[in-house]
Design a protein around this ligand. Structure first.
Ligand SMILES: O=C(O)CCC(=O)C(=O)O
Length: 266
């Protein structure tokens, strides 16, 4: 993670890393998803994420699919490789510390044209959330829950999808409801643009959410939440038999790195 990237992550609460996957890798991951389409679901109306905001309302829910790590070979491979991707490890080592771990299981978030948004949420002030936080101390960033989002389709300006309010991970006041609902001060909301193959990293502390999807091309984003090696938000999952050494390292339950915790070097 170079100095500009450290500066930008600290400043904004998120970072875009381009060209992590090759076009062939993106195509293969998309084919794997196409072949397992029947395992996904469209979020039903009674679980709407728009928070009742007309500005975030859609004509359908977002698509969701999990379990890709357990798909049969070779279709599971692109997702297993994302878990401890060599291009990404240096960023997570810097942001979460060595010994970082996968916290929530990976899932696909997909959006067809007209899919609803997600009311803006985040965990900065007031008060301190001991699971989702951003702290800077003694020259070092410290994060709780942190999201890695591999993009399998292009996100162009104006398409909708992931937004952040840059800098809000350091805010001291609660995000006003009219901003969370995207009803006012929209100029402070940044839609995160990223080409297929790129990765977006953001702290759960930054105020973030989703705008309704406007593009004719569907959105596909693979989200995995990581945390520091000593922390767990959800109960730790058993380490699967298929995991190689690198994958095992990020699927360890939470404990101190002092206790011979496997760590990934760069
Ligand atoms: O649309 C996105 O990428 C944001 C999704 C999100 O914040 C969530 O699922 O918690």
């Amino acid at each position: 993670m170079n100095n500009a990237e450290k500066y930008l992550f600290d400043l904004n609460g998120y970072l875009v890393i381009e060209d992590v996957l090759t076009p062939d890798e993106v195509a293969f991951a998309n084919e794997a998803i196409d072949r397992h389409r029947d395992q996904g679901r469209t979020r039903p109306r009674d679980q709407a994420l728009d928070g009742g905001s007309p500005a975030l309302r859609g004509d359908k829910g977002r698509g969701e699919m999990g379990n890709m790590l357990n798909w049969e070979e070779p279709w599971c491979n692109p997702f297993r490789e994302m878990l401890a991707h060599p291009r990404i490890v240096p960023y997570l080592n810097q942001i979460l510390g060595k010994g970082f771990r996968m916290d929530h299981h990976m899932f696909l978030l997909s959006m067809e044209k007209g899919a609803e948004g997600f009311i803006f949420h985040g965990s900065s002030g007031p008060g301190f959330d001991p699971n989702q936080y951003y702290i800077f101390r003694d020259g070092q960033m410290h994060c709780g829950l942190t999201v890695l989002a591999f993009q399998l389709t292009d996100v162009n300006p104006g398409d909708g999808g992931l937004i952040v309010i840059p800098g809000s991970h350091k805010s001291n006041f609660p995000c006003p409801q009219e901003i969370r609902r995207y009803e006012n001060y929209q100029e402070h909301v940044r839609q995160v643009v990223c080409k297929a193959g790129g990765v977006i990293i953001f702290t759960e502390a930054v105020t973030h959410g989703t705008l309704p999807w406007t593009s004719d091309e569907p959105r596909r984003s693979i989200l995995t939440r990581y945390t520091a090696g000593n922390l767990a938000y959800v109960p730790a999952y058993p380490v699967p038999e298929w995991a190689n050494e690198r994958q095992r390292a990020v699927m360890e339950p939470p404990y101190h790195t002092r206790l011979d915790r496997p760590v990934l070097d760069e």
